[in-house]
Design a protein around this ligand. Structure first.
Ligand code: CU
Length: 140
């Protein structure tokens, strides 16, 4: 094999190393955790979760060191009234994104501990920690 061909092969391998299969499997973007409501210590959480892997990712738990409990909710309109119901888990198909937003799926963070400089959020699948993200609580 001559030198030029070897170089071409190396360049090709370097390019391959940058393709999608090396993205993190689960990515959270546009994360917003609202300031806890005065008195209730309750915040809402919104974000976009993207599954870059080629398998369905199921998330069955959320937790935060800054909150006593984090629940997954879905708001649905039933008989013209918006009702929230808890969800045990969510599944994100391979290559798909899931939006957490007002009026849809969202997180309810309960029992805020002291003043919040930042919020850390853990996403779990059973005993497996899938992802940890951080943000500063904001108004939204
Ligand atoms: Cu809710």
């Amino acid at each position: 094999m001559n030198i030029r061909l070897q170089f071409a092969l190396l360049a090709t391998l370097a390019l391959l190393a940058c393709t999608d299969e090396h993205l993190p499997p689960l990515v959270a973007s546009k994360l917003v955790i609202t300031m806890p409501m005065a008195g209730s210590g309750m915040s809402a959480g919104y974000m976009v979760l993207t599954n870059n892997s080629d398998e369905t990712i199921t998330i069955d738990g959320f937790s935060s060191p800054q909150f006593a409990k984090v629940d997954l909710h879905e708001t649905r309109i039933e008989d013209g009234i918006a009702r929230m119901r808890p969800l045990n888990s969510i599944a994100i198909e391979a290559g798909d994104s899931l939006v957490f937003e007002k009026g849809g799926k969202h997180l309810m963070l309960m029992g805020a501990k002291e003043n919040l400089e930042h919020v850390t959020l853990h996403l779990h699948a059973g005993d497996t920690l899938l992802l940890t993200v951080n943000t500063q609580p904001g108004t939204n």
